[in-house]
Design a protein around this ligand. Structure first.
Ligand SMILES: Cc1cc2nc3c(=O)[nH]c(=O)nc-3n(C[C@H](O)[C@H](O)[C@H](O)COP(=O)(O)OP(=O)(O)OC[C@H]3O[C@@H](n4cnc5c(N)ncnc54)[C@H](O)[C@@H]3O)c2cc1C
Length: 477
């Protein structure tokens, strides 16, 4: 059975070699510090049995015909891309933010596309390595990281030009059994609770950079891998349980200190001409994912702002209606970019469909530049209470609770508990460590807005626009 339970996932994490460091100490993967981040991933396993989600979450492996989790699947049709986008939007609603698992889906798709292209051009055998790995990944319902972003050193220098070669992950040895790699990948989400790291290059390269053009999959607890993590969890509640307060996330520096990778897990080694292509195909896939998940964040902001306005009795005020309408437009324009990217997707030689790069980039760019504005709207409508609300313990204290209940009152018909729950949620969602994480992820995850601008310009036919202007102005060359 290729669909595993969340308990099976947690149990296999607990069996892994401890190589995770967090907040100053070495921890096992069943450490309570990781409970909330792991809950987020557990949701993606449980959702296959959720009547409202299972039709999106469960799909068929195109390799074996077995039912698998869509997070482990390849996009073998345009319909798959539509379903990916819908799945991300609906799942993010449930966890109140990033479900995290889509990164590996996008990386698997990108590796599938580019290994086939390398084989077609060079007669290598990377695509077969990838397919064998994918069968194993799907059969075990694995969770992978995307280990793409290198330390990068001086941003304007290529890997071979850096003062320290390890600032980009590179190959230090090749032998008949495999390769040995050294370097680190930064910002790696889910690092402490993935089964596998999926490593891909972060940029285009030139001939001198051939040793840095490397891609592979490696068990997260393999020898000589160290995962240094920063854990962020929603604020725990005492009695006022809420779904949002059960989730979290962890990002990490993943250090590869002479790590051996057997050939059958290597997907690129030295083919520098394809490094940029792999980075770009991943970016296109992942920015398409953002066209599903970012509208979900806007939906949460929008719904929460609308509820706060309703409870405050100002929902019909014209400035509120106007601001909420703007949020609706932001969410739906980003989503529409994703639909356009799927509708114009290209079938690659591997059979995998890649979303149209232009529209993935326009959607992701628009999401990135609006994220702080969206929080601004919610902040403005909610008023100051989310930042000043007394701790839950003071609501539970019989000496102070009744005062707090009395003075949170809005209209007579709205019970104090509903107000307490809403404003405490807004506090956790906008004014906490999780909020800060989510805002930074909203700007930089999948590539900073400047990278999407580069993506838009890269293939854009500006000359054809000049021709239009020349035609209308009567200019003849
Ligand atoms: C919450 C979060 C989660 C993430 N998760 C992952 C993950 O799981 N896996 C992963 O691989 N990555 C992940 N990332 C990394 C993300 O893709 C990068 O943060 C992003 O690509 C920007 O890279 P950087 O942070 O190194 O910033 P920098 O490269 O330092 O860029 C900062 C700014 O410098 C400027 N700049 C940078 N390079 C150039 C240049 N060559 N020319 C001109 N200007 C330049 C731009 O203005 C840019 O916005 C995550 C990031 C965040 C914030």
């Amino acid at each position: 059975m290729a669909l595993k339970t969340s308990e099976e996932y947690a149990a296999r994490l607990a069996r892994m070699r401890p190589n995770v460091y967090a907040h100053g100490k070495k921890i096992r993967r069943d450490d309570p510090m990781l409970e909330m981040p792991i809950n987020t991933l557990k949701f993606t396993f449980d959702a296959v049995n959720d009547p409202e989600l299972k039709d999106l979450l469960v799909t068929e492996s195109h390799l074996t015909g077995e039912p698998i989790n869509r997070f482990c699947s390849l996009n073998m049709s345009i319909d798959d891309l539509y379903k990916q986008q819908d799945m991300k939007r609906r799942c993010c609603h449930r966890v109140g933010g990033c479900t995290q698992r889509c990164m590996a889906t996008d990386t698997l798709n990108a590796i599938g596309v580019v290994t086939k292209e390398i084989d077609d051009a060079r007669g290598t055998g990377y695509f077969d390595h990838f397919i064998e790995f994918l069968k194993y990944y799907q059969a075990n319902d694995l969770v992978g990281s995307t280990a793409m972003t290198d330390a990068k050193g001086d941003r304007l220098r290529r890997p071979s030009q850096q003062h320290d070669p390890d600032l980009y992950l590179h190959v230090v040895e090749k032998n008949d059994k495999g390769i040995v790699v050294k370097g680190a990948k930064n910002h790696i989400t889910m690092g402490p609770y993935v089964d596998e790291h999926l490593v891909i290059p972060t940029r285009a390269m030139k001939e001198d950079d051939a040793d840095w053009a490397v891609s592979f999959a490696i068990p997260a607890d393999a020898e000589n891998i160290k995962i240094i993590s920063r854990v962020v969890s929603a604020r725990p509640r005492i009695e006022l349980d809420a779904p949002y307060n059960t989730f979290g996330v962890a990002d990490s520096v993943v250090v590869f200190d002479n790590v051996f990778v057997p050939w059958e897990r290597v997907f690129m080694c030295g083919e520098w001409q394809f490094a940029g292509r792999l980075a770009q195909v991943f970016a296109g896939q992942h920015r398409h994912s953002y066209c599903g998940c970012k509208p979900a964040i806007t939906d949460i902001v929008l719904g929460t702002a609308a509820l706060a306005a309703e409870y405050n009795g100002v929902e019909k005020s014209s400035h509120i209606v106007d601001e909420l309408t703007e949020l609706m437009i932001i969410a739906e324009l980003i989503f529409a970019s994703g639909i356009a990217a799927a509708a114009r997707a290209q079938k690659t030689s591997s059979g995998i469909y890649t979303p149209e790069f232009l529209y993935s980039n326009t959607g992701r760019y628009f999401a990135g530049i609006n994220i702080y504005h969206e929080y601004d709207v919610l902040n403005s409508i909610a008023g100051g209470l989310p930042s000043t609300i007394p701790p839950e313990a003071d609501w539970l204290n019989p000496e102070t609770g009744p005062d707090l209940e009395k003075y949170i009152s809005r209209g007579a018909k709205i019970p104090a508990e509903k107000l307490h729950r809403l404003f405490r949620f807004i506090s956790d969602f906008t004014c906490s460590a999780m909020a800060g994480w989510s805002q930074y992820a909203g700007v930089h995850g999948g590539g900073s807005p400047v990278m999407e601008k580069i993506g838009v310009r890269a293939g854009y036919d500006l000359e054809s626009k000049k021709k239009i202007a020349k035609h209308l102005a009567g200019i003849k060359d």
